[in-house]
Ligand binder design. Structure first.
Ligand code: F6R
Length: 240
């Protein structure tokens, strides 16, 4: 695991962008949330100046809420369209987001197909990740197994509380999501995790220095040979 620390999230995102651009034309794994926004902004700037073209790149989002209309502005379908497809110039037909709407049986059946769709695309070249303050990656909350695949999960109360900032109230935040599993994520050829802010410092320390195991799902990244953590100094502040 390589750890890159920069003073600011924007500087850390520039380093992350250097690691992502080589996979333009390949397959990217796409996180949502606030953490990757400086990275997507850095990539969008490179698209705008003509130094990279994502028009033929395929993308697979990490996760989606269950029971939220895909047209809802906070669905990950909407966010991927807004933050990635538009500014980075991906072709919409080449970007896939787990299905979170429909009956639960339909959601479960489509989750089962997601890993096969990633494999059929040739596998993910670079998986972009954030990290939850409880150590989750994707929505693999503490207790998620190393061999987990894409599936429907319950969100932890702390995740619902954290994500309520995107909704009018905590009561509006979906309580379940479909997420790529830990084993899905670890099948990517390389992984770039971006984290910024003091609220992530404890989770970053647990991921890097704590035991590898289900209590901190991000610690499973230490089982992979090609992982880079791009941190601002606040997120890195508890590393020994
Ligand atoms: C998002 C995702 C989550 C977030 C994490 C951090 O697709 O899978 O793991 O990366 O919850 O969220 P932010 O970046 O909003 O702090």
């Amino acid at each position: 695991m390589r750890i890159i620390v920069r003073d600011t999230a924007v500087e850390a995102a520039e380093h992350a962008a250097d690691l992502v651009v080589d996979s333009a034309g390949g397959v990217l794994g796409l996180a949502t949330g606030s953490s990757p926004q400086p990275l997507y902004a850095a990539l969008a700037a490179r698209v705008a100046d003509g130094s990279v073209d994502f028009g033929r790149t395929r993308g697979f989002a990490l996760d989606e809420y269950v029971g939220l209309d895909p047209a809802h502005p906070e669905s990950y379908h909407s966010i991927i369209a807004r933050d990635v497809i538009g500014p980075l110039g991906f072709s919409p037909s080449r970007v896939f987001v787990p299905a979170g709407s429909g009956t639960l049986d339909e959601v479960d059946a489509r989750a089962l197909d997601y890993d096969a769709a990633i494999a059929a695309a040739g596998g993910v070249d670079v998986q972009i990740l954030g990290i939850g303050s409880n150590g989750h990656i994707g929505f693999n909350e503490p207790g998620s197994a190393a061999d987990s695949v894409t599936r429907r999960v319950d969100l932890a109360p702390s995740t619902i509380a954290a994500n309520s900032r995107f909704f009018r109230s905590a009561g509006e935040v979906p309580v379940q999501a479909v997420t790529q599993g830990i084993s899905t994520i670890l099948r990517a050829r390389s992984i770039v995790l971006v984290a910024s802010g003091a609220a992530k410092a404890r989770a970053v320390r647990a991921a890097v220095e704590g035991p590898v195991g289900e209590s901190c799902p991000a610690s499973f990244l230490r089982l992979h040979d090609e992982v880079t953590l791009c941190l601002d100094s606040a997120a890195a502040s508890q590393l020994g």
